[in-house]
Write a protein that binds this ligand. Structure first.
Ligand code: 6R9
Length: 651
């Protein structure tokens, strides 16, 4: 990687020391790194002791057949017992597990651990009644309502792996996932609320079920919006069953079975670069150990915290850090049904006295765009810790998040991980690490990461390359559902014994890690490696720019050329006539002439998935004047039309 491209982010020299009181009382202190280094398996064995096991394991890790790992071999446990029953038994039944906030104002519910236990038990009994047995797969396609968590835990209780499909996905996407994991039961709702209106879900399920032939036997439907839907009840020989009919009357007593530590917990589909989505398989003991430990360590979770992860449950962050991690830790959390409306989040922080907020850079940049007057109007003094996940956080957004949302007193933990890793892998520890804006810092205790070159040689401090993981970790994916070969090929075949994450990264002079985006997003312009992130970060540091996305478009002369799409801040108006030239110059100044975008398009929106990732693939299609590809995973598929109309007016 060229010196020039590394210099921009690395010249970021602001440091934020951990607050003294947090450091003094931190769950995890500096010594944890050494302890984990000296005996990694003992370290994870100790972390596993945080859970309740039926039978204790005989062996922490079996890595005799890499890359197929087995963690806590011989141990048995039940994930739902760990997430609910044991807290009730410990006398915390009255503690609120979920403060649920619906999108319509004043539509709220507080659910205690005791209530959650009853509800999960009822749902487990109802699913049994519908014929769900240990090992059967259940598809879940729901909005952000408490029943989605209940449904997941009920499946876990039975040992029936769930596959949650994000509610914004199309009927086709749902059908392909149902087919791939052969689910006989789908749990859904009539609809959900989005941007102030009821939006139907059940019709997509009907369509998907239709496409999958006779596979699906039952569709269990929660009534959320009360809107009109087609109904094919069992009386008429159909598949549909109302949740309130099946679950509400079921017994709240359910004797849980202890499952093998390696019993499948869930399959989560994530898109690969091409072809059919990959079904990432997570199992029980290691996954629960990895998520609960990291949730406790990275967020420094205390008994009286009010934690809020804003991710949708249809995304891995919603699985690890809304469902399993926090519930295994007996935390009180907020769950919000809606999307980021102006001011609404801050109202929620104020109302529920949220202490820990975990969100994505894209949301932060949206709020930056709206202006600080909005959050400034709320009392957010309850906050003590902020987290970021999903993409590299540019220094501007980090500092804004820290200052405006965190009142300049809350540490920001930038957490790097993937659907595949299951748990946070690289992150500051809030009581230990002095944060650098834009850096995820260091592998957590018990995790071993490095940055290597094409020949798997460690690049050393001050250099860039590929991020790899060197040792197995508890919540790692076990395989791709039904496709061991693709699992090996995708992650383990590039270099012997190393997990290839697909991300570019660099080590600064202190050895701290800076993520540079997917390696497929790393451009090569005239033989210079340029990171999309780095140029985006430079663009966003311009006062008129709210958000930016950069792609490398094929170019006859330079191999690839930098093409940028920018959203201007509301205060910048249309940016003025010379805005494009002004921004090109700005990038040249920030990074160097080589990084100057060939083309900059001012656009009203960027195409994003519901988990907030910019779909650069689509922008690349625009930049290379191709027909725009598959838009079904976009949160809002009309965005591409807006961008294409702009294309005509591009310079
Ligand atoms: C949890 C999640 C994984 C990809 C990953 C990387 C990017 C996630 C990041 C980050 C820089 C962070 N990513 N967190 N990049 N800094 N803190 O997002 O899972 O949806 O599977 O995405 O997201 O590129 O490889 P997933």
């Amino acid at each position: 990687m060229s010196e020039q491209t590394l210099s921009n982010l690395m010249s970021e020299d602001r440091r934020f020391e951990p607050p003294a009181d947090l450091a003094a009382d931190a769950n995890v202190k500096e010594e944890a790194y050494d302890r984990a280094d000296s005996d990694r398996e003992a370290f994870w064995g100790e972390a596993a002791e945080r859970l309740d096991w039926g039978q204790k394991w005989d062996q922490v890790l079996d890595w005799s057949n890499p890359p197929f790992a087995k963690w806590f071999v011989g141990g048995t446990l039940n994930a739902s017992v760990n997430c609910v029953d044991r807290h009730v038994e410990a006398g915390n039944g009255d503690k609120v597990a979920i403060h649920w906030v619906g999108e319509p104002h004043d539509d709220t519910r507080d659910i205690t651990y005791a209530q959650l236990k009853d509800e999960v038990s009822r749902a487990a009994n109802a699913l049994t009644e519908l014929g769900v047995r240990k090992g059967d797969r259940v598809a879940i396609y729901m909005p952000m309502i408490p029943e989605v968590v209940v449904a997941m835990l009920a499946c876990a209780r039975l040992g029936a792996p769930h596959t949650v499909v994000f509610g914004g996905f199309s009927a086709d996407a749902l059908a392909s996932r149902i087919t791939d994991c052969e689910a006989h039961v789908v749990i859904t709702s009539d609809g959900g609320y989005r941007r102030g209106a009821a939006s139907a879900l059940k019709p997509a399920v009907d369509e998907a079920v239709e496409k999958t032939g006779d596979l699906v036997r039952h569709v269990l439907v929660v009534r959320r919006t009360g809107q009109d839907i087609e109904w094919n009840g069992r009386e008429e020989g159909g598949r549909d069953v109302w949740w309130h009919d099946a679950v509400d009357g079921a017994s709240a007593e359910h004797e849980p079975e202890m499952h093998d530590s390696e019993h499948p917990l869930y399959v989560m589909y994530t898109s690969g670069t091409t072809g059919k989505p990959k079904g990432i398989l997570h199992t029980t003991g290691g996954y629960l150990t990895g998520t609960s430990y990291t949730h406790w360590a990275v967020f420094d979770l205390k008994d009286d915290d009010v934690y809020w992860c804003t991710a949708d449950v249809g995304w891995v962050t919603g699985h690890s850090y809304m469902a399993y991690g926090p519930l295994a830790n007996g935390a009180t959390q907020v769950m919000y049904e809606g999307t980021p409306e102006k001011g609404r989040w801050w109202q929620i922080v104020q109302d529920y006295k949220v202490t820990i907020l975990y969100t994505a850079p894209t949301a932060i940049r949206t709020f930056m765009k709206q202006g600080r007057e909005i959050p400034d109007g709320y009392d957010m003094s309850s906050l003590r810790l902020l987290g970021s996940v999903g993409e590299p956080i540019n220094p501007e957004a980090y500092v804004w998040y820290r200052e405006v949302i965190g009142g300049d007193r809350c540490p920001v933990v930038d957490t790097w991980w993937q659907t595949e890793t299951g748990q946070i892998m690289i992150s500051p520890l809030p009581g230990v690490t002095a944060g650098k804006p834009g850096s995820a810092m260091k592998a957590l205790p018990g995790i071993s990461a490095d940055v290597v070159d094409d020949d798997a040689k460690p690049v050393g401090n001050g250099n860039g390359g590929y991020l790899v993981l060197k040792e197995p970790w508890p919540a790692m994916l076990r395989t791709l559902w039904g496709d061991d070969q693709r699992f090996k090929d995708t992650y383990w075949s590039r270099w012997e014994g190393l997990y290839f994450a697909g991300d570019g990264a660099k080590l600064d002079d202190d050895g701290d890690i800076w993520l540079l985006g997917r390696v497929d997003d790393v451009m090569n312009v005239s033989g210079h490696r340029l990171s999309t992130t780095e140029i985006e970060s430079a663009l966003v540091s311009h006062p008129k720019v709210a958000e930016a996305a950069v792609v490398g478009a094929a170019d006859e002369t330079t191999g690839q050329a930098v093409c940028a799409f920018v959203i201007l801040r509301d205060s910048a108006g249309d940016g003025g006539e010379d805005i494009v030239e002004e921004l090109r110059k700005h990038v040249a100044k920030e990074i160097g002439a080589i990084a100057k975008p060939r083309q900059i398009m001012v656009v009203p929106e960027l195409p994003k998935t519901r988990s907030g990732k910019i779909m650069r693939r689509l922008l690349k299609d625009v930049a290379e004047h191709r027909e725009v590809g598959d838009v079904t995973t976009l949160a809002d598929s009309t965005v591409m039309d807006l961008i294409k109309t702009k294309e005509g007016s591009a310079p």
